[in-house]
Ligand binder design. Structure first.
Ligand code: ZN
Ligand code: ZN
Length: 430
């Protein structure tokens, strides 16, 4: 099996792994890397025409360039779960909307999304099929609803984890090791462990929300639309408070209601009914007046309705901005944490989109007097959890990807496994 990463091996973002085996050309993931204030970056183009694609989940760094790929490779078929298929479509449309609003070059056209949607083959966890000369089986990856690990059975067995979490959260069940010869595993948290247990972080967030509301403030919780929004809603669903959800997350909520096998649906339905969705600008005015809790995109504060809420409450020290996700350096979210400053839409850019306010177009910098606090609800396995998972798979070769410091994990693996830390463009045989 010949393997070449087209991106996303020694970095988090724009992942794509090209595999050649017995005449079949397979691509696993084909993402886009977001950059604050700049156009997103695609991986390198595949070296040959691709006929079979495997998509683990809908996050932009994994799915972002699939429409372009399907236009360039008309015969390519894309395998995923059904919830990944549905949410990816939403993410691609959102990507185009942001490109248009921010005046960047479109990475693909609306027509390409249509081509991509008609290229999918949908399967579920536990199912298998013949795919590019392999017998491919789908396994649950934890991470977010519908996220899949692919087991490829040929002369040898390879497992490609995509993004992975091994603990069960309120939203999804964790991944279980699969015996394999070659293990391609994400290593986002190489060298780092989650500081607190999940339950401790959840409790800390709930207590903070209660404290903020009791002192008369609002809890503004910026969240990534896919996965985190739903998890935070699940976490807060039993509070007897006035709770709202805004941004792309509310569209994702509707999609997830159809997939009982991909998430804890019984609880999520309760959460869904406890939170009111912001639909109109008069809803948004109501939220500013009455809400106790606002769960809203975007997670790194680089766009989304969250900016409007922060703008409205910037001078209220009783209000708190409770961040639950990773903040890329130079993102608005990181600037808020470091300097209590943030860039929001200037008045001249308001009202460009009645439904969603996406990327900042003309911006102004504001000083934020609200309390700012970070919580760790990561959807990725940490160093120790990765080690345990890898040992459970009993592989010969471990390929570390989706990490900017894979050597931190490699040094704990090298005595037991052959560890490969590929560079983008480098070809290797397994
Ligand atoms: Zn992901
Ligand atoms: Zn990822």
């Amino acid at each position: 099996m010949k393997v070449q990463f087209l991106g996303g091996a020694e970095e988090v973002g724009k992942i794509g792994a090209y595999i050649e085996e017995s005449g079949a050309n397979i691509l696993i993931e084909y993402g886009l890397k977001l950059r604050p204030k700049e156009a997103p970056v695609p991986p390198e183009p595949p070296p040959h025409m691709v006929d079979h694609v495997l998509l683990t989940h809908s996050h932009l760094d994994h799915s972002g360039m699939i429409p372009w790929l399907c236009r360039e490779n008309r015969d390519a078929k894309v395998l995923s779960t059904e919830s990944t298929y549905e949410v990816s479509q939403l993410i691609w449309q959102d990507t185009l909307k942001i490109a248009d609003m921010e005046g960047h070059h479109r990475p693909f056209e609306p027509e390409d999304i249509r081509i991509a949607m008609s290229s999918f083959v949908l399967k579920d966890f536990g199912q298998s099929l013949d795919w590019g000369g392999f017998e491919v089986k789908l396994h649950r990856a934890g991470h977010i609803p519908g996220a899949t690990m692919y087991e490829l059975n040929g002369n040898k067995t390879s497992l490609f984890t995509g993004d992975l979490h091994t603990i069960s959260t309120r939203l999804v069940r964790g991944a279980i090791p699969v015996k394999c010869d070659n293990l391609f595993i994400e290593a986002t948290y190489a060298g780092r462990n989650h500081e607190n247990t999940r339950l401790k972080e959840e409790y800390r967030l709930i207590q903070k929300v209660k404290e903020v509301v009791e002192r008369g403030g609002k809890a503004i919780i910026p969240c990534f639309a896919v996965g985190r929004t739903q998890e935070v809603m699940l976490l807060l669903k039993d509070l007897k408070l006035n709770m709202w959800v805004d941004g792309m997350g509310k569209h994702v909520n509707r999609i997830y209601l159809d997939f009982p096998e991909h998430l804890n649906l019984k609880d999520f339905k309760r959460a869904f009914n406890r939170f009111q969705a912001v639909r109109t600008s008069s809803d948004r005015r109501r939220v500013k007046r009455d809400a106790d809790i606002i769960v809203t995109t975007g997670g790194m504060l680089d766009g989304g309705p969250v900016l409007e809420y922060i703008d409205a409450f910037q001078n209220d020290p009783d209000t708190a901005i409770l961040m639950t996700g990773y903040q890329v350096p130079e993102s608005n979210g990181q600037m808020l944490k470091d300097k209590h400053e943030i860039e929001v839409l200037a008045d001249s850019s308001r009202g460009r989109s009645p439904e969603e306010i996406l990327g900042p177009v003309e911006t102004k910098r504001i000083k934020v007097k609200c309390e700012v606090e970070q919580f760790d609800l990561s959807a990725h396995a940490d160093h120790e959890q990765l080690l345990k998972f890898i040992k459970g798979c009993k592989p010969q070769n471990v390929v570390l990807m989706h990490s900017d410091q894979p050597q931190m994990l490699a040094k704990d693996l090298e005595k037991d496994f052959n560890v490969i830390m590929p560079k983008t463009g480098q070809v290797f045989e397994l």
